[in-house]
Design a protein around this ligand. Structure first.
Ligand SMILES: Cc1cc2nc3c(=O)[nH]c(=O)nc-3n(C[C@H](O)[C@H](O)[C@H](O)COP(=O)(O)OP(=O)(O)OC[C@H]3O[C@@H](n4cnc5c(N)ncnc54)[C@H](O)[C@@H]3O)c2cc1C
Length: 374
């Protein structure tokens, strides 16, 4: 077995591992290991690629907003756009009026979101059925994310600064009886001072290998599929999402992505879509939108992994002071990755980034130890 000595080992080559590794490499030695042959093979490669400051819990929305200048910085470095204009339209039937109003009040605390009547919403998305729709909320500033460009940006920064990346290296054993971590992968042994657990759906399993308690992460399967819709010119429409997140569509050039917005209990594994979930998604979409679509193009499923309170876990483990959690990003791990990467890096190597004092509250909300107090 080849031996590697490094200061920090990042486990997992999805967007979370890549973003924190790219921030830390300016400060210390970083090695990243990925179990699969390709980086981004699991959740990162299966997202629907939306950036919306109106999507997710209060904490997620703050993390997303704080990522905005970092997306801009990456675009400047790349001289290419990572984000492009899209918009987000929450729709409601009559019986969902109370839900929509709740969302309206909550989102308008920090964003500019407009409440639209049926006609106004249909001006934006003419396929919305009159007999279905009652009202809508429009957030014009939501964007599409070029996920592979963002992911590659982090990977390139890591490589250019002499960080090492090893694919097809699943971490199988972690020993720290000597005070230093000795980590056994498929054909590597890594000696390191600190571990960052960015293993996505597998993060609880990795923690157990290191002798830590599990957080109780829940990998929830979500289905997505694409279809063409001949009846409408849809490429400039916003994402249309049920205000209680029972389905959504995201128009793209040449096809529409649809999802039943399912959250099916699963286990860490390579997941595939079920026919039933695709049919359910299409049924809900066609109830709300006057679509003809007769066939499905491609379909896929991925895991959105949540902590018990559905906000991420970012911080050192309470018992193992050199074991760092960067997990539980749920369905928001791409839009929050730029900020979570720098915040995590600063917790590990203080001074990497200069968080303002109010960000301490945010750090507290992300502390993984909230799950271990009883
Ligand atoms: C259908 C769908 C739609 C989504 N849409 C959006 C969206 O619009 N916007 C958004 O922001 N987010 C979205 N998400 C969520 C987003 O994709 C995830 O939050 C994000 O990709 C999580 O990144 P990650 O790096 O933590 O996990 P992953 O990308 O899963 O990476 C974890 C990596 O760790 C590796 N690993 C695991 N165990 C080991 C081990 N023992 N040794 C070595 N490596 C290991 C895995 O192989 C994996 O590659 C969506 C997700 C899905 C499924």
């Amino acid at each position: 077995m080849n031996k590697i000595v490094t200061d920090i080992l990042v486990i997992g080559g999805g967007i979370a591992g890549a973003s924190v590794a790219a921030s830390l490499i300016t400060r210390t030695d970083v090695c990243l290991v990925e179990a699969e042959e390709n980086l981004g093979y699991h959740s990162t490669g299966r997202s629907v690629a939306v950036y919306a400051e109106s999507y997710g819990s209060r904490i997620i929305r703050q993390l997303t907003k704080k990522s905005s200048p970092l997306f801009k910085k990456a675009e400047k470095d790349l001289t290419q756009n990572i984000l492009s204009s899209r918009g987000f339209l929450f729709i409601a039937r009559e019986d969902q009026s109370a839900e929509l109003e709740k969302l309206n009040i909550e989102l308008n605390e920090s964003l500019k979101v407009s409440k639209l009547g049926k006609k106004e919403a249909q001006e934006i998305v003419p396929a919305l059925r009159s007999e279905y729709l009652s009202q809508a909320l429009y957030h014009s500033e939501a964007q599409d994310i070029d996920v592979s460009l963002l992911h590659n940006y982090y990977i390139q920064r890591l490589k250019e600064a002499n960080g090492t990346i090893h694919m097809s290296q699943r971490v199988k054993k972690i020993d720290n009886s000597s005070g230093q971590y000795i980590v056994e992968c498929d054909s590597l042994i890594i000696y390191c001072n600190k571990i960052i657990n960015a293993a996505g759906a597998w993060a609880d399993q990795v923690a157990e290998l290191a002798g830590c308690k599990k957080i109780g992460l829940r990998p929830l399967r979500r289905t997505a599929f694409s279809f063409d819709e001949k009846k409408w010119q849809y490429s400039n429409w916003p994402v249309v999402i049920d205000c209680e997140e029972n389905f959504y569509i995201k128009p793209e050039t040449g096809s529409i992505i649809g999802s039943p917005a399912d959250e099916i209990n699963d286990v860490p594994r390579d997941v595939y879509p079920e026919e039933y979930d695709i049919a359910l998604g299409m049924d809900r979409i066609k109830n709300a939108l006057d679509f003809e679509a007769k066939s499905i193009g491609s379909s896929w499923a991925g895991l959105r992994t949540f902590t018990p309170d559905r906000d991420p876990a970012v911080g050192f483990d309470y018992q193992h002071k050199d074991f760092f959690w960067l997990a539980g990003q749920g369905g928001y791990g791409i839009q929050t990755a730029p900020y979570m990467g720098v915040l995590a890096a600063d917790m590990i190597c203080p001074g990497t980034y200069s968080p303002k004092s109010e960000e301490n509250e945010l750090k507290k909300s992300l502390d993984p130890n909230r799950f271990f107090k009883n």
